[in-house]
Design a binder for this molecule. Structure first.
Ligand code: AZC
Length: 818
């Protein structure tokens, strides 16, 4: 019998059923007989919250009274996924729940399905934030997640009859949301606009309008730590008093407009991923949540004090800036310290610089936010003054360091016209980190090179990770049981490096067969799920080959679909006999930013390749393509455990880390990938022989750019030289996937043949070759499964618990509550 250390509540299933019944009656006013699964879901959520309440309150008291520095994770996105199962797991109530709802006459899965998934993030960055706050709580480290409770999350994706992406609003709060507690008594006032005047030699900001920031608190229960932290998401409410506004009657409507529009601030998540756009409302959002959070932290850590000693602030809390979105927090803390608490500049700077750290999540220069000074000046005039002064101080510091004028100019935080948020973050905080080794290295060598030269000690790396609770235990219960059986303990859920104990079992045929059986059962489950949710007929006896992530050119979904088309063309032309084809089901999941034209064309192409291929009797059962719409965490949790082969095929030097790659490896999928982001480290750990590597390296990519790949149209040579590639592209151009219309994909085709910035064509041949090797390996099931076992066994490093431990050691210098 394996040792079981998972949390177990002493409450019995009968007692838990009574608690649910009570909630139904006294909070919701429905009898068990009247209740629908959605009612039982709300009642269960409320009951679980009650179980967590004492730990939550104790964690907060211990945090405020103790000497352990807390972490404030400032993030414009938290992509949490559904909460119920995770809360039950961490409260030790999973078994009781299953039995209790059954006793009440309900199906547990229906109750779980009644929860609506909140989509308060775009992709990797938001999901990472969710994994990190899970790990902070599980490690017992006092922490707040601070963000925005958007009324509308990431859009819902649908496909129209032509296979085009259609976005519809995601009003996720249309039904009761039992997890968030809105706390009107802990509100903060956030102001905008107006002007700065001098009064008695002091700068005084006279804002034009204000909005009320009201916190909505979510519990973040740790796994087996007894700790529950807080995710505090701000929502904007308008004040009904028109403070500081002077208006006469005829201007009334104009004068109240800003107040009426105040609530717009937290209305919608911007659906751009890696490509921000300069929009005033987005800056308002950023300032809104950051200003509220800073004031909130002062309220929490200096309770009831009018004149707190804020020189101790960096010992109370460190703020982590999750990308550039919260960077306006740096001038905001300066302003708060100087204007609200009367500190001088130097003291304020010292506090600020020790409070903030910055994580960069990109290598695409266009994704580093730059705000027009004019916009900042209009919205936050006092902050612009402070930024100018920061720039003066920074320039003087660079001069003192002997940095050449030209270089210093390149490094300017404030250029006159614009403010570069990544530079402000780098200068204004103590540490800067990238999210995988290669990424951190490229930040130092390229993106932030001048800064790294001037401030080498600031730069560090923390490789991303994912929470094993959600992405193994909840997503893949069969594999979890098998791991526990193999290791003789379930402790791996809080110490994922224990997975190494599975290494010898890769040579144990019995174990490997059990492992393969788990994968097969998961594939059957996924096939049923896909049938139920999407009406797809996925054959679980084919290889499940998955590519899920945001749709972006650099991630190269185009490379994958071109390879599918090439395979299809080979069968159609008789070059390859259908009998020789290893049956494969390719599953895509991806949302494109609504304004991203080529990404949307790619979606349309994938959908139409799926339509043509899946309806062609010549390839039936051999090559199938499915594109379930609206990729989200729920779909991820169902698809990842069923996947045999995972695609991580970005152009080398473009994907900062990737975190899907980690989830797949931990669930026993093999990876086909480039030497990019965290792929590099995954391959190092699982072993080169257990990873399908292909494609150009980052230096090779750079060299090819230097030859003029994208500017001189070199991609065309690859097209001319490679008949298989040519056949695939010609098939797109000739209307095979657009009912004969040659125009549908002309911009996509034209881009491939004239520019192809992300070098899809240049990597095509290597990609086809590795796929041939993959097929050969897959034909030996024991070999494949053994490789998969070794992927699981060697991926324990990619737990977000380990990432957080690295942050604690390298950046935050704090630890668990005593
Ligand atoms: C993503 C990176 O693209 C991805 O490589 C990384 O794994 C992830 O962050 C977490 O670090 N970046 C974003 O999602 N960026 C934005 C602005 O959404």
């Amino acid at each position: 019998m394996a040792e079981i250390t998972a949390p177990q509540s002493p409450v019995t299933a009968e007692q838990f059923a009574d608690e649910i019944r009570e909630q139904l009656k006294y909070t919701q006013g429905v009898t068990v007989e009247q209740a629908k699964p959605a009612d039982v879901y709300v009642a269960t959520a409320t009951a679980v919250r009650r179980h967590l309440m004492d730990s939550w309150m104790k964690t907060q008291t211990d945090m405020v009274n103790g000497n352990t520095k807390a972490v404030g994770y400032l993030s414009a996105e938290f992509l949490m996924g559904k909460q119920l199962e995770n809360a039950l797991l961490n409260a030790g109530l999973t078994d009781q729940f299953d039995k209790a709802v059954k006793a009440l006459g309900f199906d547990a899965q229906e109750v779980i399905d009644a929860e609506y998934e909140p989509g308060l993030g775009n992709g990797g960055l938001g999901r990472l934030a969710a994994c990190f706050i899970d790990s902070l709580a599980s490690l017992g480290v006092p922490a707040f997640g601070y963000g925005i409770q958007y009324k509308y999350g990431i859009f819902k994706q649908e496909f129209d009859e032509n296979g085009k992406q259609v976005e519809t609003p995601d009003y996720w709060l249309a039904n009761e949301e039992p997890w968030g507690h809105i706390d009107y008594n802990r509100d903060q006032k956030v102001s905008f606009g107006g002007e700065v005047v001098e009064e008695n030699g002091k700068k005084v900001w006279k804002p034009a309008w204000s909005v009320r920031a009201v916190p909505v608190d979510y519990m973040v229960p740790g796994y087996a730590s007894g700790r529950v932290n807080t995710l505090r998401l701000w929502t904007a409410k308008s004040y009904d008093e028109f403070d500081l506004l002077t208006f006469n009657k005829s201007e009334y409507l104009d004068a109240v407009k800003p107040q009426v529009e105040a609530e717009n601030i937290s209305k919608i998540l911007y659906p751009e991923d890696s490509t921000p756009q300069g929009k005033a409302l987005r800056l308002e959002q950023q300032y809104f949540f950051v200003s509220a959070s800073i004031h909130d932290a002062i309220r929490v850590f200096y309770p009831g004090q009018d004149k707190p000693d804020l020189t101790t602030f960096p010992n109370k809390i460190n703020f982590q800036l999750n990308d550039t979105h919260p960077v306006i927090g740096i001038p905001e803390l300066m302003r708060v310290l100087m204007d609200e608490y009367d500190y001088d500049w130097d003291t304020a700077w010292d506090i600020t610089r020790h409070t903030f750290n910055y994580t960069c999540h990109t290598l695409l220069p266009e994704a580093l936010e730059v705000w027009p000074s004019k916009l900042i000046g209009e919205l936050l005039p006092r902050h612009l003054e402070i930024i100018e002064k920061i720039q003066d101080q920074f320039a003087a510091e660079l001069k003192a360091k002997g940095i050449a004028d030209g270089t210093a100019k390149d490094m300017a935080i404030y250029t006159g016209d614009a403010v570069r948020m990544a530079y402000l973050a780098t200068y204004g905080g103590s540490h800067v980190n990238g999210v995988a080794e290669l990424h951190s290295q490229l930040l130092k060598d390229v993106t932030l090179k001048n800064f790294s030269d001037a401030y080498p000690d600031k730069f560090t790396n923390v490789t991303n990770g994912v929470t094993p609770r959600r992405f193994i235990k909840l997503a893949n219960p069969r594999l979890s049981d098998l791991i526990t059986e193999g290791l003789g303990t379930d402790k791996w859920l809080s110490d994922l490096e224990l997975l190494k104990g599975l290494i010898p079992l890769a040579d144990d045929d019995e174990f490997v067969k059990k492992f393969a059986a788990v994968k097969q059962a998961n594939k059957v489950d996924f096939s049923n799920f896909a049938k139920r949710k999407y009406g797809f007929d996925i054959d679980p006896n084919t290889m499940i080959n998955t590519m899920v992530k945001r749709l972006h050119e650099y991630k190269r979904q185009a490379l994958k679909i071109l390879s599918v088309i090439a395979d299809y063309a080979d069968i159609k032309s008789g070059k390859v006999s259908a009998d020789d084809v290893m049956p494969r089901t390719i599953v895509f999941g991806a949302k494109a930013a609504p304004g991203y034209y080529l990404a949307k064309q790619t979606i349309q192409l994938i959908n139409n390749v799926a339509r043509v291929v899946n309806n062609d009797p010549d390839v039936k059962g051999k090559l199938n393509v499915y594109f379930p719409w609206n990729y989200n965490i729920e779909l991820a949790q169902n698809l990842i455990p069923a996947t045999d082969l995972d695609e991580q095929i970005s152009q080398a030097g473009k994907e900062a880390s990737g975190t899907g790659n980690m989830k797949f490896a931990l669930n026993g999928a093999l990876t086909v990938g480039t030497l990019d982001g965290a792929n590099v480290e995954i391959r190092e750990r699982v072993g080169a022989e257990n990873f399908f590597l292909f494609g150009m390296t980052e230096p090779e990519v750079s060299a090819l750019y230097a030859k003029g790949y994208d500017t001189k149209g070199l991609s065309r040579e690859y097209y001319e030289k490679d008949p298989q590639l040519k056949a695939a592209i010609d098939m797109v151009a000739d209307g095979t996937f657009s009912d004969g219309d040659k125009d549908t994909y002309k911009d996509l085709v034209n881009d491939w043949l004239t520019k192809d910035y992300f070098m899809t064509l240049a990597d095509f041949r290597a990609y086809m070759d590795i796929q041939a090797q993959i097929e050969e390996t897959y034909r030996d099931p024991m070999k494949w499964s053994r490789m998969a076992v070794l992927n699981v066994a060697n991926s324990g490093y990619f737990s977000s618990d380990r990432s957080i431990e690295d942050y604690l050691e390298r950046i935050w210098h704090t630890g668990p509550l005593a």
